[in-house]
Design a protein around this ligand. Structure first.
Ligand code: ADP
Length: 158
């Protein structure tokens, strides 16, 4: 059984993330969406809330589970015997950081590989930070996030 982990900050989950998940579940038997929390990085929503939003956004796929870690991805993966990570690539600007992250992870655990999925064109410019900025100024983000995330963003900034 092939399991992959999809790590990220998902603060909050967007339709770009959902698109990657939807495609990854076709490639792997099961997928762990891993909320990587970093105490040094300020997040808009707390981990609990981000997990609830991911859960609701992925409820159509029973093979998707959600977990969180405050540690290294490879440590999490090794502990759970998961040999593949899935990441999304939006533009060449993502490439540098992703390239070094993939190589660093593999240097820490040679049995760990990262699979990259190209963004779907409509989500090419979509990132959580942009969504938060637009929502903060009262803009419409309904095209970018699932309806329940839109609802939470409105509540947050109302
Ligand atoms: P961000 O805050 O930039 O959205 P995350 O850490 O939450 O970043 O992203 C987790 C993973 O999802 C990363 O591999 C990122 O490149 C990917 N991702 C995020 N948004 C998109 C998108 N619109 N299209 C494709 N991949 C995406």
């Amino acid at each position: 059984m092939k399991t992959a982990v999809y790590p990220g900050s998902f603060d909050p989950i967007t339709l770009g993330h959902v698109n990657i998940i939807e495609r990854a579940v076709d490639m792997f038997d099961s997928l762990v969406v891993l909320l990587a929390t970093n105490p040094g990085k300020q997040s808009l929503f707390g981990a609990e809330e981000n997990i609830e939003m991911i859960r609701e956004a992925t409820s159509a796929w029973p093979q998707v589970t959600i977990d969180q870690t405050g540690g290294l991805l490879v440590d999490y993966a090794r502990k759970h015997n998961i040999h593949h990570a899935v990441r999304g690539l939006r533009a060449v600007t993502d490439f540098d950081a992703e390239f070094s992250m993939a190589l660093t992870n593999r240097s820490m655990w040679e049995e760990f590989d990262t699979v990259y999925l190209m963004t779907s064109a409509e989500y090419m410019y979509l990132r959580s930070s942009t969504v938060k900025q637009i929502a903060e100024y009262g803009g419409d983000v309904s095209k970018f996030v699932p309806a329940h995330v839109d609802e939470r963003l409105r509540r947050k900034f109302s």
